[in-house]
Ligand binder design. Structure first.
Ligand code: FAD
Length: 447
């Protein structure tokens, strides 16, 4: 049996990385991408400009020799820097161990680098401005919005959260179930530009958070000295409520008033606030659950197409990259037995994707509410001490973010047990009292 020519729908982060892995195994790959080539035109608006790359994603990049190159183009973020309403700041480190941090990286820069790397391999071809509309399982044809068709007996659907191929499978495959759950909150990207000479106007090596309970703003650094801020806010306020919402911020006066009240330290650093706010799109945030992820040994959904998640754990891309790495491991084991590969892939990845999807939603509440809670802050301080002192202690955040050897589902299971215990200890100890690390680690170990 000769190996089929493979088609990948979507040359985003997962699709482009997958093409490199497949090319390294000697497969010929066609990539069909709806947008134009981002290396030539301007990056599309509406997706995050920068994102947090961490160990699971780095592990996948390492296997294709791109980790060092990408980390050279990233800014380390050592912790969450909390901005209180009064303008005070406090750093909550991500880990007590040296060398455990996350990296702010440009989405477009990473995507473009992956495409350029893929093109170095013979047999990889990109077809831009080709929006796939469906895959016809009976004729093995991909159908495009342009009316074009392409025959392909092996298709990887990496076409993101709104996947057309997922919708196509929903129509074609008996028993296919798909459900998307949207948050009531949306997001908007804003900018803190660099100071004179490219100076960073707030701490460079941190992920900034302005937690305000029902909403929050975050900011990640860019190489040019600017920060991309993301405001997460209810799309609509509940009836008869005076809560802020995107719906209510309809003019510059209301917007400036809102920022002056809630983000007073950031406002003077955002000279283009109104322009950015009223011209940038408001994005929605959803979780996609579907099953099965494959059909007929010929199509496989992966990345956001299979399991889009809300962005609050900074893991969507990292998880999509881990998908690709897992898939490659299964090809190593099963050769070209695609049905077995797809079956094993879904079995291994689905519980882990579900775990990180749930943790991502939970982290939304942690970031906007809990990080401002003194008990939670004491617990994070205790966890930092535990990580500094005991080699075997990893917080849930560390297990998810820095332990590529631990599946997400296991990180969640262990992390939840620990969290419950440590929150109880810190709450019982009360303000101003330090929980003894030796006692805490013994209790954690006994879990
Ligand atoms: C605001 C925000 C912040 C985020 N921050 C982080 C973060 O810090 N860390 C992290 O790990 N993750 C983050 N994520 C999640 C991350 O963006 C996604 O998980 C990741 O992009 C998934 O990669 P993908 O290749 O599956 O999908 P995408 O990157 O969305 O790529 C899909 C590609 O398919 C193309 N396409 C779509 N439809 C078609 C079609 N019909 N035909 C052909 N092509 C098509 C698209 O143009 C795109 O190029 C964030 C997401 C958001 C929204």
């Amino acid at each position: 049996m000769t190996d089929p020519k493979i088609s990948i729908v979507g040359a985003g982060l997962a699709g482009s990385l997958l093409s490199i892995y497949l090319a390294k195994r000697g497969f010929a790959v066609d990539l069909f991408e709806a947008r134009s080539d981002m290396r030539i035109g301007e990056a599309a608006r509406g997706r995050s400009i920068n994102m947090a790359l961490s160990d699971r994603g780095i592990a996948a990049l390492r296997e294709v020799g791109m980790d060092e190159y990408m980390l050279d183009h990233a800014i380390p973020m050592h912790g969450r820097l909390i901005h209180t309403p009064a303008g005070d700041t406090k750093l909550l480190p991500y880990s007590g161990r040296k060398g455990e941090y996350i990296n702010s990286i440009s989405r477009a820069g990473l995507n473009a680098a992956l495409m350029t790397e893929a093109e170095k391999h013979d047999g990889v071809s990109f077809f831009f401005k080709e929006q796939c509309a469906a895959y016809d399982l009976s004729s093995s044809e991909l159908e495009f919005a342009s009316g074009k068709k392409a025959r392909s007996s092996l298709v990887f659907a990496a076409d993101g959260a709104g996947s057309a191929l997922r919708q196509s499978l929903a129509k074609e495959v008996d028993g296919f179930a798909s459900h998307s759950d949207f948050l009531e909150h949306g997001y908007k990207e804003l900018v803190i530009p660099p100071g004179e000479g490219g100076k960073f106007l707030i701490e460079k090596n941190a992920l900034h958070i302005w937690p305000r309970h029902k909403f929050m703003m975050i900011a990640l650094p860019n190489l040019d000295g600017s920060f991309t801020c993301t405001l997460f806010l209810a799309l609509k306020a509940a009836e008869n409520s005076d809560e802020p919402s995107f719906e209510k911020l309809t003019d510059e006066a209301a917007l400036t008033d809102f920022f002056a009240r809630e983000f007073a330290d950031a406002l003077p650093l955002m000279p283009t606030l109104a322009e950015d706010f009223f011209s940038n799109p408001t994005g929605t945030l959803g979780t996609v659950d579907c099953s099965p992820w494959h059909a007929d040994g010929r199509v496989l959904l992966l990345g956001d197409a299979a399991h889009a998640m809300v962005p609050f754990y900074g893991q969507g891309m990292n998880c999509a990259f881990e998908d690709v790495r897992t898939l490659d491991g299964l090809i190593e084991t099963h050769g070209s037995e695609w049905s077995s590969i797809f079956e094993a892939f879904e079995q291994e990845r689905k519980p882990n994707a579900a775990a990180i999807q749930t943790m991502a939603i939970e982290n939304f509440y942690e970031m906007r509410d809990k990080v401002a809670d003194p008990v939670f802050q004491r617990k994070r301080e205790l966890e930092t001490r535990l990580e500094q002192t005991y080699e075997d202690y990893f917080s849930k955040y560390s297990m998810v973010t820095f332990r590529e050897d631990l599946p997400y589902a296991e990180a969640r299971r262990r992390g939840n047990l620990q969290d419950e215990l440590l929150m109880r200890l810190c709450s019982e100890a009360g303000e101003g009292h330090t929980v003894d690390a030796a006692t805490a680690i013994e209790l954690v170990r006994s879990l």
